[in-house]
Design a binder for this molecule. Structure first.
Ligand code: DC
Length: 208
């Protein structure tokens, strides 16, 4: 079974996808980490994440094991990721890896922006996770404070809004729900409620 979970930053899709994967014993891929790694590698090589030739060269040279989870979760990585993600050569370089992961015999749970629309259009269950900008900003602020980082609230808001705009307005694989996706708005839900709702949908797809 391939389960596609898409949505904007801090919508809760990563937490949800990890829980579903663990619960159902299905391999999990956080595809955002691939774009984050490409963004960081572009910077490490002295390039600019918005420059197509720099970012595409980094995507083709990527070894995901060169990055720690802390490197990948940084704001620097997230901002660079949303720039490299708009570059067609980068998306093409990462597509084969994602499709191979999805095709493994044990199935896959994958989260990202375009899993249900581009990477796995035939996924068995597609979930589009959303939450209001305000709620997502508050979640990100809480996450940063828990990591002990000092937080400029206005900056978090501006960065999130800019990232949403870049993800949604780009011409290749923009962030949007697949026509057959289940829309899950987690603005007023905790993680357990989101999981229960998503699982009910997945079970309904298993029966069809
Ligand atoms: O989910 P995330 O915040 O780790 O993703 C980082 C960036 O990567 C995000 O701005 C959009 C991009 N991305 C994408 O374009 N397609 C994906 N499948 C996953 C992430």
């Amino acid at each position: 079974m391939i389960i596609a979970i898409d949505g904007p930053a801090a919508s809760g899709k990563g937490t949800l996808a990890r829980k579903i994967a663990k619960d159902m014993g299905i391999p999990y891929l956080d595809t955002g980490s691939l774009y984050r790694a490409v963004g960081l590698l572009t910077i490490r090589r002295g390039g600019s994440p918005a420059e197509p030739s720099d970012a595409t060269a980094a995507a083709n040279a990527l070894n995901i094991n060169d990055f720690t989870p802390d490197d990948l979760r940084s704001e620097e990585a997230g901002n660079a990721a949303s720039k490299v993600a708009a570059i067609p050569g980068v998306r093409a370089a990462l597509l084969a890896y994602q499709r191979t992961f999805a095709a493994q015999p044990g199935g896959a749970v994958m989260d990202g922006r375009d899993i249900g629309t581009v990477v796995c259009p035939d996924a068995s269950a597609k979930i589009f996770v959303t939450a209001s900008l305000e709620v997502r900003v508050q979640r990100r602020i809480k996450e940063l404070r828990e990591k002990g980082e000092s937080v400029n609230e206005q900056r978090v808001w501006d960065d999130m809004a800019a990232r949403d705009a870049r993800d949604s307005d780009r011409s290749v694989a923009p962030l949007k729900p697949a026509d057959d996706a289940f829309l899950l708005d987690t603005s007023a839900m905790n993680a357990d409620e989101a999981l229960a709702s998503a699982k009910a949908f997945i079970v309904s797809k298993q029966k069809t």
